[in-house]
Structures are given as structure tokens and as C-alpha cells.
Design a protein around this ligand. Sequence first.
Ligand SMILES: O=P(O)(O)O[C@H]1O[C@H](CO)[C@@H](O)[C@H]1O
Ligand SMILES: O=c1cc[nH]c(=O)[nH]1
Length: 255
Amino acid sequence: MATSDVFHLGLTFDDLKGATLAIVPGDPQRVEKIAQLMDNPVFLASHREFTTWRAELAGKTVIVCSTGIGGPSTSIAVEELSQLGIRTFLRIGTTGAIQSHIQVGDVLVTTAAVRLDGASLHFAPMEFPAVADFACTSALVSAANQLGAQVHLGVTASSDTFYPGQERYDTYSGRVVSRFKGSMEEWQGMGVMNYEMESATLLTMCATQGLRAGMVAGVIVNRTQQEIPNAETMKQTESQAVNIVVAAARLLLTA
Ligand SMILES: O=P(O)(O)O[C@H]1O[C@H](CO)[C@@H](O)[C@H]1O
Ligand SMILES: O=c1cc[nH]c(=O)[nH]1
């Protein structure tokens, strides 16, 4: 029997037991928390940034697999999970809001991403929109409403870097390259809700390959107010977004 049917994830076809839906957080430590909210959670593998558990929801198998931070590792997770049979991806992340009306603790559902990454260009030219799947997006919004979350729907800026690409000056050099100087204000003017680091790659890969993807994130900082998140608030916000993604997966699996 194969020990792994794909290059990085350390998973076999057998491990997935026919699952077609995966929940994909960035942080490997979030994976078990998500799996434990479902039935019969089982640890499958952990290699590099990719930790994978399997569980059941509404009698169907669900995979939970971390992508790590950023587009390159996300592209590997999405590619290998697709090879193994996954067709629907729900990302659950943390994020920094850039609009003053969005509060820390709110939840954002991404309808499309500004492609400030490099990996998505390996799947489609820049003219192609990084757009979320409508059914996934609707399920995430319904789940957020069911759970009483304060939810905002809109565009996310998805950057390869946490510091210059998100126009942070509180760095060792204090310098941001000219391409990104003033960029936050520009995105704010266009109504962009927030920054994170994986949706551009995930949404472009899925939209160009007949796969479904949706994205929800808990707001852990608001860049118009502060730079460093509060640890307790961060835990609560993450936990709310985790509950939402599991509820959304249930809606999609029972539709
Ligand atoms: O909480 P996750 O899912 O990792 O998402 C966000 O947090 C990381 C940066 O701190 C990036 O991966 C960003 O997209
Ligand atoms: O500001 C933030 C917070 C979380 N993740 C990001 O990528 N940016």
C-alpha cells in the first residue's frame, strides 16, 4: 500500500475516504480544533506546514488541511488535495481590516481578491479575476448570520508579504517599496475590506479549474486603529470564524 499518493501532504486516496470538501486554514494548529467540531475526527498526517485531519459532517467525509502562510504553499495544498478528489475548498483565516467601520471580532466573507500575490500568476494572467464561488460564499454568509456574527461581504487584498505588501512601516527597515507606498489608502478608497495572504492564490486556482472555493476570516486587527492584536480577542475571533466555516460546510454538504 502507498504511504503517500501525493508529493507533500503525506496522504493517500484511501485516507480521504471519498471526501470532496476540504476546510483549509492557514495555521496548522487550527486544524485539530476544526476537526474536533465534527464527528469522528482522525489525525491523518503532518508534513512541513501541512497538517491534515479527517472528520464527518452530516454523514459525509470532510478533510481539514492547513495551507501554511502565503500563495506558494497554498498552491501545493490545493493542487494535491484536488488530485486526491477534493472539489470544494473553504478557507478560514485571520485578517487585518482596513475600513474603519469594520470592528475587531467581526467576520469577513471574501467575494473576490486583489491579486497582490505571485503564485496566482502561475495559474492565470492578471486579467483573470480571483473570484469566489457563489454557493460557497452564500453558505458562509448564511452560516455567519445563523450564528449571529457581524458579517461583511466584499473584496480582500491578498498579499504575498505581511509587511511591505500590506504597507506596514513598523519594520526593521521602516521602508516600503514605491509600488506599495500609499497602497492601503488606495484600497480603502476602492472599498477593499481587508488584508490576508492566501485568497488570491486559492480563488484563482479554483475559479480557473472548475473547483469551488470560498473564504471567511475573523478580524484580529483593524489597521486604522492598531497594529498588534490582543491575544484573547484573537482566540475568540478565530473560534467564531471556525464555527462559521463548519456550519457553512454542513450547509453545502446537505444542499
Ligand atoms: O490565520 P491564517 O489563515 O494563517 O491567515 C492570515 O494569517 C497569516 C499572517 O499572520 C496569513 O496566513 C494570513 O492570511
Ligand atoms: O493584518 C493582518 C492580520 C492577519 N493576517 C494578515 O495577513 N494581515
